[in-house]
Design a protein around this ligand. Structure first.
Ligand code: ZN
Ligand code: ZN
Length: 375
């Protein structure tokens, strides 16, 4: 499963004939009931619709979004999957079949897939902002995702992004969610420039990606978390300063480290404490780019120090996913070795152990990226 260039499968039928010889069938880890252990069970191989592709998954990331889905969060923004559903939205793999109307993707292509599958036709897609598509589909949320040997990708010509040969599958797996989300937030939404101070609040998967990307963009990075192990990982990824929020006043500590406040803050979680500290630790004219959604406690509503936002001319910027059009540039930076998402992978587990990773996420007890590597 870990070879970089697997032999392409000839067609979906050859995959069928192979799997028919197996006694255990095709496996998927499925969410059957909110909060209950995932069911690892046999499923039929997906078949592509006319515009779709089927991808054989090499690696699948276990993302905090999956945890939120598992515990039943985000119903307040309409994100509640019909159960049962195969989890997962961060994978890379090899195309094994395409539908009759697919023109640019072929069996054997090595691809990554953005977690937000776009339609390609709506006004947002036509203006390049595919992450804001009016008809978004979400892998592992609106249809079966990548905690499985095979996954159906909708709208393959747009949503299957071919990988350069130099980008390995494990590097590409998390590109489709956490890494590209950090990239879009810093590069396009906040416009981080070399020489600026970037404070990353919350060093989860997106936050750790942001530390690496921010350092590569030439920013001085300050990482804030409550877990010393995550702060140590942030140091390894290039953070100049790390601050444990349990050990004193975060705002003062960031201001001291940055000589008066960060130019840019990235909010990796949507908790009130974190968002408020991120805003207050900006210098005048600073900008907060917020990528972390809220959780059950806030249910989407977080108070902000509005007067301070006005008086200091602060900007608060939302950022979600990454427009497809920006992926080739990101992939070429990975291919050149200037960015290294595989360096954030800390753990590889079999499909049957995915649920255990989700359970550990309840206490924020995972660091960097955990990948499923066998099915
Ligand atoms: Zn994700
Ligand atoms: Zn669209």
């Amino acid at each position: 499963m870990q070879h970089a260039f697997p032999p392409p499968k000839e067609s979906v039928y050859s995959a069928f004939s192979t799997t028919n010889e197996r006694s255990w069938g095709l496996k998927a880890a499925r969410l059957v009931e909110i909060g209950m252990p995932l069911a690892v069970e046999d499923v039929p191989e997906p078949e592509p619709g006319p515009r779709d592709a089927v991808v054989q998954v090499e690696y699948e990331g276990i993302c905090r979004t999956d945890w939120h889905t598992w515990v039943g969060d985000w119903t307040w923004i309409g994100l509640a999957p019909a159960l049962p559903i195969t989890m997962g939205h961060e994978f890379a793999g090899t195309v094994t079949a395409v539908g009759s109307e697919v023109t640019t993707v072929r069996s054997g292509d090595r691809v990554a897939v953005p977690f937000h599958e776009a339609c390609g036709k709506c006004p947002y897609c036509r203006s390049g902002r595919t992450n804001l598509c009016d008809a978004l589909e979400f892998l592992g949320m609106t249809h079966d995702g990548g905690y499985a040997e095979y996954v159906r990708v909708l709208g393959a010509d747009l949503n299957c992004v071919r990988l350069p040969d130099a980008v390995a599958f494990d590097a590409a797996a998390a590109l489709g969610c956490r890494f590209m989300t950090a990239w879009h937030a810093l590069q396009h939404q906040a416009g981080v420039r070399g020489g600026e101070w970037l404070a990353v609040h919350g060093v989860g998967g997106i936050g750790l990606s942001a530390v690496q990307i921010g350092a590569a963009l030439g920013a001085g990075v300050v990482a804030v978390d409550i877990d010393d192990r995550k702060l140590a990982a942030a140091r390894e990824q290039g953070a100049a300063f790390v601050i444990n929020a349990r050990e004193g006043d975060v705002v003062e500590a960031v201001k001291q480290a940055t000589g008066g406040g960060a130019h840019v803050a990235l909010g990796g979680l949507g908790t009130a404490t974190l968002v408020q500290a991120a805003i207050r630790s900006l210098r005048k004219g600073g900008r907060l780019v917020q990528v972390g959604l809220t959780s059950r406690e806030e249910q989407g509503i977080v108070g902000i120090p509005l007067d301070e936002v006005i008086e200091a001319e602060l900007s608060i910027i939302g950022s979600v996913g990454n427009p497809h059009v920006h992926l080739p540039a990101l992939l070429s930076l990975v291919a050149d070795g200037r960015l290294d998402p595989s360096g954030l992978v800390t753990e590889r587990v079999g499909l049957e152990h995915a649920h255990g990773v989700l359970e550990r996420m309840t206490n924020f007890d995972t660091i960097g990226f955990s990948l499923i590597d066998s099915f």
